[in-house]
Design a protein. Structure first.
Length: 281
């Protein structure tokens, strides 16, 4: 397919060991051939992985690739947010994934007083002007705490209006949910690109666990089919690879501006999907 003008980005999480860091460097090296717009790195709410995120971002920048740290604001006060953003600015970061985050269980949500990501977007624009490109999160199947579809969509549109440049979605396996969501936010006057977040399937049990917590739906037919392979991980991956690649092709053909991969710090599946789609050819 024609991938001209379609962007790619890849998401990592911070590693805990020197071996993990080396492995991640090798993974990024493989994915760099697809000329990504940026690599991003997650960060635990409440600052739980801050050092690891800073290290990963420094590593990415040292490789001359644009880096986007995720910044969940819940549990931080404004001074802490300023300090962290100043650090990122001084490192050469020019893109931030601005999030509310979820407090780890057992930790209270006190701190900054920021309650929603929209307030973080406003704070960044107020203090730094247009220095940072701001990415926000989107939920085509709606956020797990959404009161209603309409309210969740309206909150997203307000967050975009607060000054976001672009959005990355939670992963999904139902392209129609994405197209419907984009139509709905466009109807509210929101024009920013909404990039689908893509989760390749490495294993069934892990996917179910993840999806249950973040509110992503695994369609019944897909769940049953993957389940039928039981412990045959190779077949799970091969089948899901076809399904996810087909979905990506449809998303791109019908207007998605690009793809953002949740890599889980592994390159094989995102690489194969990008290769099949014709990226990096
Ligand atoms: P918000 O946009 O603030 O929305 C959260 C909820 O509040 C929604 O239900 C929304 O409808 C509601 N809401 C918003 N505004 C209002 C309002 N004014 N009044 C009432 N309700 C309102 N989490 C991490 O901890 N670290 C990460 O690195 C991380 N990376 C992520 C990357 C992506 C691409 C995505 C999609 C999610 C990521 N998350 C991460 C998860 C995210 O932090 C959680 O889903 C969190 O619960 C919501 O964050 P948000 O930024 O979408 O919040």
């Amino acid at each position: 397919m024609n991938t001209a003008n379609k962007t790619l980005s890849f998401e990592f999480f911070p590693t805990r060991t020197p071996e993990g860091r080396d492995k991640q460097t090798a993974v990024r090296e493989k994915l760099r051939r697809f000329n990504p717009a940026f690599f991003s790195c997650t960060s635990g709410a409440g600052g739980s992985t801050r050092e690891g995120t800073l290290q990963t971002i420094a590593d990415i920048l040292a490789e001359n690739t644009p880096a986007a740290p995720h910044l969940p604001c819940i549990g931080m006060n404004e001074a802490e947010i300023h300090t962290l953003l100043d650090t990122y600015r001084d490192m050469g970061v020019r893109r931030i994934v601005a999030l509310r985050g979820d407090m780890p269980s057992g930790m209270g949500a006190s701190g900054s007083g920021l309650r929603y990501a929209a307030e973080l977007v406003e704070l960044i624009r107020r203090r730094y002007g247009d220095l940072f490109r701001i990415e926000i999160a989107a939920y085509p199947e709606y956020h797990p705490q959404a009161c209603s579809a309409a309210e969740d969509t309206a909150h997203f549109a307000a967050k975009a209006r607060a000054g976001a440049d672009s959005a990355i979605t939670q992963y999904f396996y139902n392209a129609d949910a994405y197209f419907r969501f984009v139509d709905d936010v466009r109807a509210l006057g929101c024009t920013i690109p909404v990039v689908p977040g893509i989760m390749p399937v490495t294993g069934f049990a892990k996917l179910v666990r993840f999806s249950d917590t973040c509110g992503a739906e695994i369609p019944r037919w897909l769940r049953l089919k993957l389940q039928s392979y039981a412990d045959d991980t190779e077949s799970v991956q091969a089948f899901a690879l076809d399904v996810v690649t087909d979905m990506c092709a449809r998303l791109l053909e019908q207007g998605a501006p690009g793809l953002h991969f949740y890599t889980m710090n592994q390159s094989a599946l995102p690489e194969e999907i990008c290769r099949r789609l014709g990226f990096g050819a």
